[in-house]
Design a protein around this ligand. Structure first.
Ligand SMILES: CC(C)(COP(=O)(O)OP(=O)(O)OC[C@H]1O[C@@H](n2cnc3c(N)ncnc32)[C@H](O)[C@@H]1OP(=O)(O)O)[C@@H](O)C(=O)NCCC(=O)NCCS
Length: 310
């Protein structure tokens, strides 16, 4: 998956920047745009919101807000909330009134869904006020299935309102279905001791623990529950690894691709400061790549490399 910005038809989908505050505050403060949304008008604290959007990481659990630009102007936003398990997400969207009914939301949300499903998400949920026909039509046009009506579920602007529920599964995503069949790879790394490996990947290398599956209890474990043998998913940036406990020895080689030599150096410093034993610090290898090597507790080799600095 390539980085942002992305050109999607008439719109550009990109990260927010501090320069977006005025446009963002203007359309989010429009009572028509906010009519079926949970926020007040004028939108309070647009500056803080935009700086939070600008600092957030795409692909990390929690909300990530994409800015939607057309003709060089910020025209709206699309938000994705990725669940801690990284397999489910929720989507929301807003387009400024002056820019509605031009297909911008359809293009921007489709582009965001492409990214979300390409990252391994299995299901995206959405909901809207039952009177919000523009939103419901958009979701149906994109292939979401209606999944029900929650009556008098939300207290919104002084009244109890009904919510329509929608869901879209990765296998039903038409944009994805017409593209390449294999869209991601999640290596299943065999390790002799999942607990020791989680210590290495999560505590030392800074991967997040997506979930853990307990063999004995045959269920997912929540944060705080003791680690047990089984399988765990760890993720950092755009890479996900499954760790599965199988008696060793294991000597897989993993190649972690990094964009620039400066980022390899940054990882090297970060990991060295955390006390990680780096078997071979970064050097330019005979084949031209700038690479450092680490060994996990099993002896699996991580080769972390980028093109050399120019
Ligand atoms: C819901 C929302 C994001 C849709 O944005 P949008 O950019 O107008 O969406 P699109 O332009 O892609 O599609 C809207 C309609 O315009 C039509 N359209 C698309 N391109 C068009 C064009 N060039 N000319 C005329 N109509 C066009 C679409 O067919 C669609 O029609 P339909 O609603 O009858 O099916 C927008 O109405 C909005 O921001 N609402 C306020 C915030 C909100 O409620 N968000 C959702 C919360 S759940």
């Amino acid at each position: 998956m390539s980085g942002l910005p992305v050109l999607a038809g008439q719109v550009v989908v990109r990260r927010f920047t501090p320069a977006d505050v005025a446009d963002f505050a203007a359309y989010r403060s429009d009572p028509e745009v906010a009519r079926y949304q949970g926020w007040d008008t004028p939108v309070p604290d647009a500056e803080r919101l935009v700086s939070e959007f600008a600092a957030a990481e795409e692909g990390e659990p929690g909300w990530f807000q994409y800015a939607v630009e057309a003709g060089g102007e910020l025209v709206g936003d699309v938000g994705v909330c990725l669940a801690d398990n990284r397999m489910q997400a929720e989507v929301g969207f807003t387009i400024a009134r002056a820019h509605q009914r031009r297909g911008y939301a359809t293009e921007a949300v489709r582009c965001v869904l492409d990214r979300v499903f390409a990252a391994g998400v299995r299901r995206v949920s959405a909901e809207c006020d039952a009177r919000n026909t523009a939103s419901a039509h958009l979701l149906e046009r994109l292939g979401f299935s209606p999944e029900g009506l929650r009556r008098r579920h939300t207290w919104l602007k002084g009244e109890w309102t009904d919510d329509l529920l929608f869901g879209l599964l990765a296998e039903d995503w038409t944009s994805g279905a017409s593209g390449p069949a294999i869209f991601a790879c999640r290596p299943n790394l065999l390790v002799a001791d999942v607990v020791a490996s989680l210590g290495f990947y999560a505590d030392e290398l800074g991967f997040d623990v997506g979930w853990r599956w307990s063999d004995r209890q045959a269920r997912f474990l929540h944060d705080g529950e003791p680690h047990e043998p089984g399988t765990a998913l760890v993720a950092r940036d755009r890479v996900q690894l499954m760790l599965t406990q199988v008696p060793g020895p294991h000597t897989t080689r993993l190649h972690l691709d990094v964009h620039t030599a400066a980022q390899v150096d940054r990882l090297f410093r970060e990991w060295r400061e955390r006390g990680v034993d780096i078997a071979e610090p970064p050097v330019v290898r005979p084949w031209g790549m700038y690479e450092m090597r680490l060994h996990d507790p099993d002896g699996n080799v991580l080769r972390v490399s980028s093109p050399p600095a120019s």
